[in-house]
Write a protein that binds this ligand. Structure first.
Ligand code: TYM
Length: 334
């Protein structure tokens, strides 16, 4: 708790271009929950270097992502929006937690297996212990709730296991966090292959809607979305392409799948795809203009970066010092 509020932590990687999946599966929920919790939203740049990055590009993307958090509707005066690399406590706690995590547990992580297969020439130790750093992110702020998409649930489970193990040895040090997954939109699929999640690293750009795509591109990508030959807008497992489009439309409009089925009863896929594209454009358009405005205001963004890093550091250190004492590190004299 901070004051009378529970704590929320979440983060995104500044790797690749953010997709509609990132927005609908995570960022949108962050905004919906922001008033209820004391929130920490990190640009997790330490995680990003588990895959080789161009330094200038990483810096540029990290700043854009931080700006996008604000453009999407998170108030940086109320929410702590900061770079993970500006708070050294993340890496320090991750080291300690590494010593409380079993290789057997890490071997089971599906994201590690996927990424290792994709980057066979660079299977580094950071990629392997990635979930431990994520646990450190969350536990450092004693987070109660962590809004994520479905693909991160396994990492939340390991975080809870590590925290519980630590607490069993040292007493109640960490809050045990709960994942928050939205009812719709928790797993947005590729528009070109609805059996695969929409991903920043998809080689086929038509599979993903990027948050910075212009309206024409968005509409074009939806028009090309893979569907089926049923010719019926129905929310069913047998029509994964249409189901995914209904999910997207529902999160953008607040409608339920049943309402959408009714709305498009007797209409063709062409009409439906266009409506989904337009709904997405109307959600993203205000974010684009706010993003453009904010990007021009360098001094403002700089001041947010500084102020929020200090705030994050204050809370991070509170937990870190407690943990260091518990495990037996000597007291700091200075
Ligand atoms: P990342 O950067 O891959 O994704 C950011 C968030 O977007 C969600 N997401 C999706 N949701 C629905 N449909 C999709 N197709 C889709 N693709 C991505 C992810 O679930 C995530 O919530 N390891 C994390 C970042 C992280 C983090 C943390 C998150 C680091 N430390 C602590 C929460 C708490 C990651 O790589 O997310």
């Amino acid at each position: 708790m901070i004051g009378d509020k529970k704590v929320l932590f979440s983060g995104m990687q500044a790797t690749g271009n953010l997709t509609l999946g990132n927005y609908l599966g995570a960022l949108k929920n962050w905004i919906d929950l922001a008033d209820e919790y004391e929130c920490f939203y990190s640009v997790v740049d330490l995680h990003s270097i588990t895959i080789r990055q161009d330094p200038a590009e990483l810096r540029r993307r990290a700043r854009s992502l931080l700006t996008l958090y604000i453009a999407a509707g998170l108030d940086p005066e109320k929410n702590c929006i900061y770079y993970q690399s500006h708070v050294s406590g993340h890496a320090e706690l991750a080291w300690i937690l590494n010593c409380f995590t079993y290789m057997g547990e890490l071997n089971r992580m599906t994201q590690f297996k996927d990424k290792a297969a994709k980057h066979a020439d660079n299977i580094n130790a950071g990629l392997y212990t990635y979930p431990v750093l994520m646990a450190a992110d969350i536990l450092l702020y004693q987070a109660d709730v962590v809004p994520v998409g479905k693909d991160q649930l396994q990492h939340l489970e390991i975080t809870r296991d590590i925290a519980q193990r630590f607490n069993n040895i040292y007493g109640d040090v960490f809050t045990i966090p709960e994942a928050y997954v939205g009812k719709v939109g928790a797993k947005i699929m590729s528009l070109q292959d609805p059996s695969k999640k929409m991903s920043k690293s998809d080689e086929n750009p038509n599979g993903s809607i990027y948050l910075m795509d212009d309206p024409d591109t968005i509409i074009r990508k939806f028009k090309r979305a893979v569907t089926d030959s049923e010719a019926c807008v129905r929310y069913s497992e047998e029509q994964p392409g249409i189901r995914n489009l209904i999910d997207i439309y529902c999160v953008c409009t607040g409608k339920t799948p049943a309402e959408v089925e009714k709305e498009f009863d007797g209409k063709g896929y062409g009409d439906f795809k266009l409506a989904v594209g337009e709904a997405v454009v109307s959600v993203l358009k205000p974010i684009h203009s706010r993003f453009d405005e904010l990007t021009k205001d360098k001094a403002y963004i700089d001041s947010i970066i500084k102020k929020n890093a200090e705030k994050a550091e204050y809370y991070a250190l509170k937990t870190l010092r407690k943990v260091q004492k518990k495990v037996g590190f000597p007291e700091r004299i200075r």
